[in-house]
Design a binder for this molecule. Sequence first.
Ligand SMILES: Nc1nc2c(ncn2[C@@H]2O[C@H](COP(=O)(O)OP(=O)(O)O)[C@@H](O)[C@H]2O)c(=O)[nH]1
Ligand SMILES: [Mg+2]
Length: 298
Amino acid sequence: MFDQLKDSIKDFSDKAKSAVAEKELEEEELDELLWDLELSLLKNNVAEEVVDRLKKDLKEELAGEKVSRRKAGEEVKKALEKSVKDILKQGKRDIRELCEEEEPKTVLFMGFNGSGKTTTIAKVASMLKEDYKVLLAAGDTFRSAAIDQLEEHAKNLDLKLIKHEYGADSAAVIYDAKEHAEKKGYDMVLADTAGRSHEDRNLMDELEKICRVNDPEYKILVVDALSGNDVVEQAEKYEEMGFDSIILTKADVDKKGGAALSLGYVTGKPILYLGTGQDYEDLDRFEPEKIAEQLLKD
Ligand SMILES: Nc1nc2c(ncn2[C@@H]2O[C@H](COP(=O)(O)OP(=O)(O)O)[C@@H](O)[C@H]2O)c(=O)[nH]1
Ligand SMILES: [Mg+2]
């Protein structure tokens, strides 16, 4: 995971170490180093805002630094670590907390087509079902295959699924699921949605209706790490709907890693989990400290 981003950070760190070790780091020299870092970060899908922030932090920390060769490595690493951790730091939240409450809670999964919504719902359900009563709602009625896909997961995981016909009103499917959950004492409804608009209806209008009718307690944006620089754009598109947190999928195949660094920072929302494969257990808690460590490891 994130190999290329790791390499560019290491490259900067090595260059800065030798520069700091030799003499006081001059402004121009630091600028030159930061320019290299900037290019390499942008190439690895780190959003511009994040690059600017990182540069500013490092400049503040390192400008005019005069440290011994022995300590140089440590200083640079500390400055980088502080900055990366700061950028990754977002409020922590576990959706388990929602299951602990009295009434069943509805969690809506939104995101582009193919971002991994349906797969992620199955992973989350698989994780929660050990401790809680979880109901699935086939809210992506746009493609019949989407309903079948969730049904297959429901069978594998031995979970109940509420579904309507292909083409049905998504808001109504989720409404039925909510009612069922209340009647039968479920803890949580995990609701799938379509990632594309119907021909005659706008996706955002549909999501807006789902929210108006069902008032979900929690909304998760599912984003594919492989969509590169586009991740920030995607998040911005969904901002009008409002979402509480993010799940970043396909981290297992994302060599660049910029998405993880950018998303939380740009949206101000926490990344809850990383999708790390196609199996049910391939869902890791997003731990900023762990990611920062991984990125900074020699
Ligand atoms: N490698 C990998 N593949 C994933 C991950 N999450 C989802 N996928 C795959 O991405 C594809 C699209 O996923 P799907 O759940 O159907 O996306 P949806 O259209 O948003 O519902 C499927 O082939 C999934 O198996 C992940 O974390 N890692
Ligand atoms: Mg789907």
